[in-house]
Design a protein around this ligand. Structure first.
Ligand SMILES: [Cu+2]
Length: 230
């Protein structure tokens, strides 16, 4: 019995070790992580770059001169240049690391200069293994609120593709009639944006009102509201 136990134990110990050493090489390159750097210098009221796309698991290193700091805020706060922390990362001037940001968009501002528009965004995509999926499987994507909103005469529609896909971006009026196709075609993963100049497919300017912008990726649809206010 004791011999059988020790045989079992040694089998349990040996097999996983062998398994891991065999499977490791193919996954090493896909799990490598990157550290990205965002800087803010003394005299410029900007973060450089003010927008980056990273992969989940990457780190962001802020290198911030006095008196610029970086505080994560909600999307709504970011849109109006507010500076109320949403409890996310806070990097004091001097700098530091904001690690383990979740998939999605992280909005941040410089606390003393948010009102001047000193702000940025970090787009975090899922790990690269998502991109290894066959292209016939619809990719997950995230559609953001257009900006500015309300708008006149143009606004930007932005979305994040977590894998490549066939994309159609269209505008509908409040009656549900499609008035404009902004884009139709294949796109790689990452962040994409299109500007809508408030014209329909015939080139006529649309009237004040609520419009819906819809992004279709391989049959998956997301719709959001935009307000054209003249
Ligand atoms: Cu600042």
């Amino acid at each position: 019995m004791r011999i059988l136990q020790s045989l079992l134990l040694s089998a349990v110990c040996v097999i996983p070790a062998t398994f891991f050493s065999v499977s490791q090489p193919s996954s090493v390159s896909r799990t490598s992580q990157t550290t990205w750097t965002i800087t803010a210098t003394i005299n410029a009221l900007v973060f450089v770059p003010d927008s980056i796309s990273i992969t989940f698991g990457d780190s962001v290193n802020f290198s911030l001169a006095s008196p610029h700091d970086a505080v994560e805020v909600s999307e709504a706060t970011w849109q109006v240049n507010g500076n109320t922390s949403n409890g996310g990362f806070q990097v004091p001037f001097g700098g530091g690391l904001a690690a383990q940001l979740g998939v999605g968009v992280h909005y941040y501002v410089c606390t003393p200069h948010a009102a001047s528009g000193m702000k940025g965004r970090i787009f975090v995509t899922a790990p690269t293994s998502v991109r290894d999926e066959p292209r016939s499987i619809p990719g997950v994507f995230q559609l953001f609120q257009n900006y500015p909103n309300p708008f006149n005469p143009s606004t930007v529609i932005e979305y994040l593709l977590l894998s490549p896909g066939n994309v159609t971006v269209a505008i509908y009026n409040s009656l549900g009639k499609r008035v404009r196709v902004l884009y139709s075609g294949d796109l790689p993963s990452g962040t994409h944006s299109h500007r809508w100049d408030s014209k329909d497919d015939q080139g006529s300017l649309m009237a004040t009102g609520i419009y819906f912008y819809q992004v279709n990726v391989g049959g998956l649809v997301q719709t959001r509201k935009a307000l054209l206010l003249k």
